[in-house]
Ligand binder design. Sequence first.
Ligand code: PLP
Ligand code: COI
Length: 341
Amino acid sequence: MEKKKIDWSNLGFAYMQTDKRYVSNFRDGAWDQGTLTEDAAVVLNECAGVLQYAQTIFEGLKAYTTEDGRIVTFRPDLNGERMEASALRLEMPVFPKERFVDAVTQVVEANAAYVPPYGSGATLYLRPFMFGSNPVIGVKPADEYQFRIFCTPVGPYFKGGVKPLTICVSDFDRAAPHGTGHIKAGLNYAMSLHAIVSAHKEGYDENMYLDPGTRTKVEETGGANFLFVTKDEKVVTPKSDSILPSITRRSLVYVAKEYLGLEVEEREVLLEELKDFAECGLCGTAAVISPVGKIVDHGEEICLSSGMNAMGPVTQKLYDTLTGIQMGRIEAPKGWIHVIA
Ligand code: PLP
Ligand code: COI
């Protein structure tokens, strides 16, 4: 298979239409068998549930070319599981995780020419999503749904690659206690748009959201979980019922303990203890681990000792080990790598 002629090393995090995508429809209480299509357009009735009451959920995962030339995805079963949980919370039908992994496999196989080559710094980003598709005017769940997966080759999520970011403590809240912060619902992102546009206008790369109940604890950013490193090399990550259970973060916790022999604390992290950390990173599928150099809390600058030029040493080790596992340079724990070709 010949690869597409794409300037792989200069890709940003943007949409590029590829050849094939997967579609399955839910009607009369059941999913159809699903198919690949070249049609990237979705045509909906004006009153579709997703357009009126935002009944939509999504996932994000990547396909990689490994050092020895295979095409793989990373823990797609966990994305399938999380999407099942998201569906249940929004009263949508579950698209079974086994079918999810099969659909991921079909989309990557059908778009193999778009999977960036090993060493290019780019990856193929997959976006599974589901939405209520039939007309709904009273506030209630739709009866019909569409599940789709498209893919797009991407480079780094943050411009500047691994240059440390400056983030600000947001005055906006991301997720209410007992709300939907722990699932991947489109509504969580719609309400973050004003906050991210405001942060960018003020020169910040991202927002740090706090717990809305007390505004004393660190939650996450709009698209990634936090990892901190203490001065004595302990990895600390916020525990909260209203943050997304990041697959990257859960994998890094394992990598820190089992590969690097580091101590890990998953616990509440107070805003007032940020000044005591040596390193900070944002972790997620899109973000991978993006280092944070500075956190600004209403004019007060908290400068991480790792500085504004490079990743901190522990963050770097975590990054190298995780990406080493994803790209086949380091042996993966059983079940983490799903080989497609
Ligand atoms: N938190 C939020 C709000 C996200 O949107 C994402 C991205 O998926 C993450 C965290 C990271 O999750 P994962 O590592 O599973 O991609
Ligand atoms: C991902 O990392 O896959 C996400 O969905 C985050 C989004 C902000 C791009």
